[in-house]
Design a binder for this molecule. Structure first.
Ligand SMILES: [Zn+2]
Length: 466
């Protein structure tokens, strides 16, 4: 069966055929670096990683670009409040974002262009749109007149009349769908806000502009796939389409894919409810990255994911069942018998696993087929009905899971062993009087919640709060 994705633009499942055979251009809207990313953000980034890994598994060469929004209403507000320069304010969150990507095993994109480093290119697009009669000026800012772009509203399913009616203007980067407005592509310098001195005057770009510019600059005027969270559909992606297609007269994106929200304990995540978690919050509570990754990938991406700590505990259990089976297959001494019933079951489960992934990345169904096989394999191993050929067939299916879900299976090195190793390295650094390295290692341990105590009998360690 062919690879199919649900295209938000057509609201239907479509066979995926890239513009150029064997190659896929993928643009993924990145973080606004004004705070640490939360687990709802990571649900989207992890799903995009799954999408890319599945495409790669299917033999496509994927070129992925993800922008970093380092100038917008939120980053500016954060920097002004902290009383520091914008770049100094965002640096910390850019660094944290990359650390978090590594923690979760998310593959790096080919490029991470930053808005503040592409102002010249954004000004060029604004000038092109102005020359095409799509913009007007009001109080020094430039607005996109949405009734100059008849397809406005197609992605989000806006009522064309209400969209065309958009006589009013809006300066805010984010606003809601009940209120389609002419939106700012260039904002005039205001108060203490950072600004750029450009051919358009002193000011800064509107948020939506950066993704149009970066997608076209790094991937071409028409790309294969553009993704984001469902909250990006309007106004962000709608505005991206208007800016890009009004300028080029060509389709901007062929397949639009959007991930549903993550909720916590059945409720919208919010700081005031106390159910708001960054990745770091979960690590501080002692959870490991693997089950977090597994849990956030285990539901179908177009279904709301309800995050609970019970769910996380189940993810730990599911992963250890997979680890145990991988370990058994490697460790048990099996006979060289011809392929038996288990090989047949593995071939079928492996095919179904891929079919489910090909069917709009139905991860939940794919995992269902995988665990069916886990049961059968354990039963066959228990009964001595599995030989080497069977084990290899099962291992091959586990390998598909590892490649596509980005999780390595088998015995995991214990956390304690990893801590002991860091402590040993710190002792070695101290022995060679490399105190800088010793302090760095102590800080690294502290970041994992491990406290050290130097005693006459050596170093003792304990977990913070334990
Ligand atoms: Zn974007």
């Amino acid at each position: 069966m062919a690879l199919r994705f649900h295209n938000t633009l057509t609201r239907s499942l479509e066979e995926f055929v890239p513009l150029h055979e064997g190659r896929v251009t993928l643009y993924t809207c990145g973080p606004t670096v004004y705070d640490f990313a939360h687990i709802g953000n990571f649900r989207t980034y992890l799903w995009e990683d799954l999408l890319r890994r599945h495409l790669e598994f299917r033999g496509f060469q994927v070129r992925q670009v993800m922008n970093l929004t380092d100038v917008d209403d939120k980053t500016i507000a954060g920097a002004l409040k902290a009383g520091v320069a914008l770049d100094d304010y965002t640096r910390r969150f850019v660094d944290a974002f990359f650390q978090d990507l590594d923690t979760l095993g998310i593959q790096r994109a080919a490029e991470y262009p930053r808005a503040t480093r592409h102002v010249t290119e954004m000004v060029a697009l604004v000038e092109r749109l102005r020359a095409g009669g799509h913009l007007y000026e009001s109080k020094g800012s430039l607005y996109f007149r949405i009734d100059t772009f008849p397809r406005y509203g197609r992605l989000s399913g806006l009522d064309p009349d209400s969209a065309a009616a958009g006589q009013a203007r809006i300066d805010a980067d984010e606003y809601d769908k009940d209120n389609p407005r002419d939106f700012a592509v260039w904002k005039e310098r205001k108060g203490d806000e950072p600004f750029w001195d450009t051919a358009l005057g002193q000011g800064r770009p509107g948020w939506h502009l950066e993704c149009s510019v970066m997608s076209m600059q790094y991937l071409g005027e028409t790309i294969d796939i553009h993704t984001g969270g469902v909250d990006n559909v309007f106004p962000h992606h709608e505005n991206e389409i208007a800016q890009s297609e009004a300028a080029t007269g060509r389709p901007f994106v062929r397949y639009w894919l959007h991930a549903a929200h993550l909720i916590v304990d059945g409720e919208k995540m919010s700081k005031s409810r106390g159910n708001f978690f960054t990745l770091r919050d979960l690590l501080d509570r002692g959870y490991q990255p693997r089950p977090i990754r597994y849990l956030l990938l285990s539901a179908h991406y177009r279904k709301q994911l309800n995050f609970t700590f019970d769910g996380l505990a189940q993810a730990v259990a599911s992963l250890s069942r997979l680890d145990d089976l991988a370990d058994r297959l490697a460790r048990e001494s099996l006979r060289e018998t011809p392929a038996g019933a288990l090989s047949g079951a593995a071939a079928e489960a492996g095919a179904r696993f891929l079919e489910a992934m090909d069917n709009d990345l139905n991860a939940a169904a794919a995992l269902g087929h995988l665990f069916e096989l886990v049961r059968e394999a354990n039963t066959a191993l228990d009964a001595g009905r599995a030989g080497l050929a069977d084990a290899a067939a099962v291992r091959e299916v586990l390998g598909r899971f590892e490649a596509i879900f980005g999780l390595r299976l088998g015995p995991q090195r214990s956390i304690d062993a990893a801590i002991e190793e860091l402590i040993a390295r710190r002792q070695a650094a101290r022995a060679t009087r490399d105190f800088k390295e010793a302090d760095r290692l102590r800080d690294e341990l502290a970041a994992q919640g491990i406290l050290l105590e130097d005693t006459p009998h050596g170093v003792r360690w304990k977990r913070r709060g334990a």
